[in-house]
Design a protein around this ligand. Sequence first.
Ligand code: ADE
Length: 222
Amino acid sequence: MVRVPTKLVTWEEIVEWSMGLARVIKESSFRPDVVVAVSRGGYVPARLMCDFLLVDNLVSLQSQHWTEAAKVAEKAIIKFPYKLDLSGQRVLLVDDIVDTGDTLMLARDFILSEWRPAELKIAALQWISPVAKIKPDFYYIEVKEWIWFQYPWTRHEDTVQFIKRILLEERGKEWTYEEIRARFEEGYGIFVGDAYFRLALESLVELGILERRGGTYVAKTV
Ligand code: ADE
């Protein structure tokens, strides 16, 4: 049975953590000219860094894991490697979390060699110190034991994935809404709220993974 240690992160916590991270940056001597968001996770924290540090310039770079067909190993890629001249600029590269650090290291290396800023520093709301290959220059929370942080900007996406995993364990089984919800809470230890839960079930039906039969749900077998 799938069980993933998960913490539900609220929008209020995001504001509090981002304000805390901005404070850490302010207490250093680093004054960024440009903020670069690591897409997609760094978007909201990067926007909040611009707000709290009063920085006007914000761009983004999509660095993400790419699962090659039939391969278990994932490698990080820069999805849209566009050209940009950041010579003379001090860059703050922002992500939500440093987990393994792979996508962040790739983004950093790409920016340093292709966009050529005068200086680059890394900031993240959270740093999972036991698994991360790099330590960000600035972070707000050091996480000592790996868990999944359910951030508000992936609430729907994560809920869809979490329910999908539960349903695919027992294909063909007929579930009521309450049963799926109870199994979700058991497996992930959180509840995202009825609006998100119903929206996720609707998406799973649209994706053809789930079938609605009157008041119950059945995971499709093909
Ligand atoms: N992205 C990569 N690692 C993550 C984690 N542990 N929690 C939330 N988002 C992540």
